[in-house]
Design a protein around this ligand. Structure first.
Ligand SMILES: [Ca+2]
Length: 224
């Protein structure tokens, strides 16, 4: 019983000290002496004191920021998209993080930083592939990946529906269609199309290096 009483005394004493510290801190923050209210403040319940203690200590020691959390482990982007060096882009909780302390580093060789973007050396963008990146937060390094894919077919800016050629003429489809793609442009069409005199519809398939393609039907007129 004696030990229990001493423990209770000890707890009460600890709480009193904590209460005083909290009260002093709050008054200090408000810039007032607080002598008049000091006794009133002692009437706070234990639970209230603990809540205030938690709030004060979180303000004092944890600050208003949370640890950064990556939104994904792998970020998949379309070829040609900007791959920013800004840490906020990769965070789930960017609004709650002190991103000034953070940085993004790349570990895969052959990548340069152009302004605020990562690009393949000598290029304006990151080439198709998978790259190792790190979110740096002081001494803590959190790895993540950036995957660049080409999923888009070539863009064709002219509309060709008819074409007249001579018999046996080799058709240069690259000069017929104005097609562009970051992964080159290839044309597939019947090789013997110009060996049939008369008119016929043929299908020209326009693809990039990764097999993304579009079809165009051309009414071919072959003269003698
Ligand atoms: Ca493409």
């Amino acid at each position: 019983m004696l030990a229990l009483n001493r423990q209770n005394d000890y707890d009460q004493h600890s709480l009193m000290i904590m209460k005083d510290q909290i009260t002093q801190f709050l008054f200090h923050k408000k810039g007032i002496e607080g002598d008049k209210n000091k006794e009133d403040k002692r009437d706070y319940s234990v639970s209230k004191k603990l809540c205030v203690a938690a709030a004060v200590s979180s303000l004092l020691f944890a600050g208003c920021f949370q640890p950064p959390k990556l939104a994904k482990q792998t970020f998949t982007l379309e070829l040609g998209a900007d791959v920013y060096a800004n840490p906020d882009v990769y965070l789930e909780n960017a609004d709650d993080v002190n991103s000034k302390k953070l940085s993004i580093e790349v570990e895969t060789p052959g990548i340069a930083k152009l302004d605020n973007r990562f690009v393949s050396t000598g290029s304006e963008y990151l080439a198709v592939g998978e790259y190792d990146f790190v979110l740096v937060n002081g001494s803590k390094r959190t790895p993540f990946a950036v995957k660049i894919k080409d999923t888009k077919p070539p863009t064709i800016t002219n509309d060709v529906t008819e074409l007249s050629v001579g018999y046996g003429q080799i058709i240069d489809w690259a000069s017929v269609f104005d097609a562009k793609d970051l992964s080159e442009v290839y044309y597939e069409a019947p090789l013997d199309a110009s060996l049939v005199v008369g008119e016929q519809d043929i299908t020209v398939r326009i693809t990039d290096r990764f097999g993304n393609g579009v079809d165009r039907v051309v009414h071919l007129m072959v003269g003698v």
